[in-house]
Design a protein around this ligand. Sequence first.
Ligand code: F6R
Length: 240
Amino acid sequence: MKVIITENYDEMSQKAAELIIDIVKKNPSAILGLATGSSPIGTYKNMAKAYENGEVSFKNVSSVNLDEYVGLTADHDQSYAYFMKTNLFDHIDIDQKNTNLPSGSAPDCQKECDRYNALLDEMKPDVQVLGLGSNGHIGFNEPNTPFDSVTHLVDLTESTIKDNSRLFNSIDEVPRQALSMGIKNIMQAKSILMVVSGKNKAEAVKGMVKGEITPALPASVLQLHPFVTVICDKDAASLL
Ligand code: F6R
């Protein structure tokens, strides 16, 4: 696991975007595994800037996202589909037909998980972007999710609901369930890029980088992947 410590969020975002852009320049039809949340927003801004400056094209890139809330349609402003459109896809030349997320409004969750797993068998990301939950989750794989899990329906923990409530009008509006790639799906990516910032993540970063490899801290599984780059700011790295 390669750990790069940056001064702040902006430097983290710049470096993360450079890494992704480099992959796309080398392989213009790369598959990008993408995440939502606050952590990658700056990365996506820098990718959009590089596209606007003519440095890179995402025309032939395709993408798979980690997760989606259950019960929100793609046009709901808190859905992850909406997040991806407004934070990245609308600002680059990716063909939106080639972008994929689990559907949070599918009538049959299990069928939707099966569809997504079959898709992921065909589409192994060249790089999977991840953020880190303060409880060590990756995707919505909460503590004690088995390492061999694939895309599944998740009951979100109170701590995740609380963390995510900042984006909703009230905590009651936060969906209680999500569909998430499993840990096994995530580990099948060819490389992994974790972006993480802030003091509230420091404990989880420590466990991920040098703690015991245990489902109690899902991100610790990344110690078993051969190509992981963690880009974290000083605050998140403060316990390393
Ligand atoms: C998002 C996701 C989550 C977040 C994590 C960190 O698609 O799967 O695991 O990456 O909750 O969220 P932020 O970046 O908002 O702190």
